[in-house]
Design a protein around this ligand. Structure first.
Ligand code: FES
Ligand code: MG
Length: 598
């Protein structure tokens, strides 16, 4: 129940510090007059109506979120109808597929910019328009730092893509088609057509990539209205939930329902469990660990394995499954997934959400799984679908998404006689994606099916932001023989739309002089999934010598900065296991209150 409808007296709002301070008429007049110049009235701004920001991530450079330019109209109407005033403002653009060198570089920049806006302007609450991969965590992290009432509005996935009678999913079609191109089955033009077919409408990626993952997790965290994440961008329900989100943002201000009330340890555990069940992206631990730090919740990379690994994969979406966003929505989306997990005691049902109810009450009456698009807990696509955390002399931690390991791959690598979950191989080391593209087909490397491909220099510092490049395809000669994947390991990330069984997000990265920096092509490497270990098989003395050599050489070299932000980013960023945050920014918590609001 909210305080407007329950008749509880309205409290003085944060925005009144700007627009209605009788003790300081000069400042009030200065703050006020310019906001009147486009037609707002004193009556509106001084009558104590909540001012709700619409953090607009849509623009022409960000096609995944561009639809928010139109949805914002429905958000405004909702805000108005509930007695609030809407003020829309831009968020620094982030487009996963458009930004060089990486879109991840800009997550912390958008975060920083949004913190500054939310803190410094007369806003009582905010609607966060999310979608493309990094836009969702950037917005959530900023709302967590400032801690004013905030609600997520996803833009929604694109409609399903189709090509030659088959579903083509964003990103996933690229990884599949490049194999067919390498094998000579299709030509350049058909490759382009297949990939273009996967983007048939406004919206973000229609696969369970990082966008659908992060928007589903925002909902699982309790930060959006139930059902919000899965509605395809062009559907009427998308405009309707935009309106409902605007309405609710105003009520949240009266209730003073803040991110810190919702983003509890229980909420994060719910999100980790949901991430396993949806087959979520390996980018999720980076973003959720960052969010947890900004809101002050203890969450470690090991929680992803201890809380999430034993959870089965329920959602049959590409890249792990076959369907796309439209079917996910029709099958019930996040509420159905949560309902099924709840029935097996895997959800903290009393975790509070933005609608003022707990997640259990929100999802208990959701449609039951259809058993096809959303599987039942007892008949899942894959058992134990969460991430494994590996460590050893190669890195302190790296993760592996086990749900995408194909049977063929398991049989080829994980059935070494005597140990079903371990393999050894000869390391082939690439210094970043450009080096990989230059040399992957070089016969001198003599790459065979017993090799492990490594890419380094691709972490947050090395390739600023961290590149999505660990899912490397084997040399064309191997693909032609039917070997479609080799084990891949790296300090970079991997697109959530890729089904590659990689070991990634290695922390510390080579550019921070982690163990990967000591590896040489030709080294034997052993991976043991039971023990969670990943090691170069060399003596301690040899390892020590290599470290001494690295130090003597001045550490691992990486390319020079191209922009001022790259330099600032590199000098402040942490490692992926702890969220790749601006480290000093994690000290700033709950800062909205520091303006002395009643
Ligand atoms: Fe924007 Fe996938 S590229 S959501
Ligand atoms: Mg991506």
């Amino acid at each position: 129940m909210n305080k407007v409808t329950s008749g509880i007296a309205r409290r003085k709002l944060r925005s009144s510090e700007w627009f209605n301070d009788p003790h300081n008429p000069a400042m009030t007049a200065l703050y006020l007059e310019r906001y009147l110049n486009y037609g707002l009235t004193r009556g509106e701004l001084q009558s104590g109506k909540p001012i709700i920001g619409i953090a607009q991530t849509g623009n022409d450079l960000s096609p995944c979120n561009r639809h928010h330019l139109e949805l914002a109209q429905r958000v405004r109407e909702g805000i108005r109808a509930a007695g609030g005033i809407a003020m829309e403002f831009p968020v620094h653009p982030i487009q996963e597929t458009g930004k060089r060198p990486t879109a991840a570089l800009d997550r912390n920049l958008a975060y920083l910019g949004l913190v500054e806006v939310l803190f410094s302007y007369p806003l009582d609450g905010v609607v966060l328009t999310t979608g493309c991969d990094k836009t969702t965590p950037a917005c959530l992290m900023a709302a967590a730092t400032v801690n004013i009432p905030a609600i997520v509005l996803s833009g929604g996935p694109m409609l399903n893509g189709w090509h030659n009678g088959e579903r083509t999913g964003s990103g996933t079609v690229v990884w599949k088609s490049r194999e067919r191109l390498a094998a000579g089955e299709i030509d350049y033009d058909e490759f382009m057509e297949a990939v273009a077919s996967s983007a048939p409408s406004v919206g973000h990626c229609n696969t369970m990539g990082t966008a659908s993952t992060m928007n589903s997790l925002a909902e699982a965290l309790g930060m959006s209205l139930p059902g919000c994440a899965a509605i395809p961008a062009p559907y009427r329900e998308r405009g309707q939930i935009a309106y409902a989100t605007g309405l609710r943002a105003v009520e949240m201000v009266w209730e003073d329902l803040k991110p810190s009330d919702i983003l509890t340890r229980q909420a994060f555990e719910n999100a980790i469990v949901v991430n396993s069940a949806i087959g979520g992206s390996t980018n999720a631990p980076i973003h959720l660990n960052a969010l947890a730090r900004h809101v002050g919740v203890e969450l470690s990379i090991d929680d992803w394995q201890s809380v999430g690994h034993s959870i089965p994969l329920l959602v049959n979406l590409q890249p792990a499954g076959v369907y796309l966003g439209e079917e996910y929505h029709r099958a019930g989306g996040v509420p159905t997934v949560v309902r099924e997990l709840m029935a097996h005691g895997k959800i903290h049902e009393d975790a509070l959400t933005v609608n003022g109810r707990n997640i259990g009450d929100n999802c208990r009456a959701a449609p039951a799984p259809d058993g096809d698009v959303i599987k039942t807990y007892d008949g899942p696509l894959v058992q134990d679908a969460g991430f494994l955390v590996l460590r050893g002399n190669l890195f302190d931690s790296a993760i592996m998404k086990t749900s995408v390991i194909s049977l063929e791959f398991r049989e080829r690598y994980l059935s070494t006689p005597g140990d079903l979950n371990a393999f050894e191989g000869r390391a082939i080391v690439f210094e970043g994606p450009e080096d990989y593209h230059h040399r992957i087909d070089d016969p001198a490397l003599n790459i065979d099916e017993h090799c492990i491909l490594f890419v380094r220099g691709t972490g947050p510092i090395g390739y600023p932001g961290g590149a999505e490049v660990v899912n490397m395809q084997p040399p064309a000669a191997l693909i032609k023989r039917g070997i479609l994947s080799l084990p891949c390991i790296g300090d970079g990330r991997q697109s959530g739309t890729s089904g590659s069984p990689s070991i990634l997000n290695a922390t510390p990265e080579a550019a921070a002089n982690g163990g990967l920096a000591l590896l040489k092509t030709g080294d034997r490497v052993r991976i043991d999934l039971n023990k969670g270990s990943a090691d170069i098989l060399i003596s301690d003395a040899e390892l020590k010598q290599r470290r001494a050599d690295l130090e003597a050489a001045g550490g691992f070299a990486y390319p020079k900065h191209q922009t001022p932000w790259q330099e600032l980013y590199r000098s402040t960023v942490g490692q992926q296991a702890t969220g790749a945050c601006i480290e000093f920014a994690t000290r700033y918590r709950d800062i909205a209150g520091t303006v002395g609001v009643a």
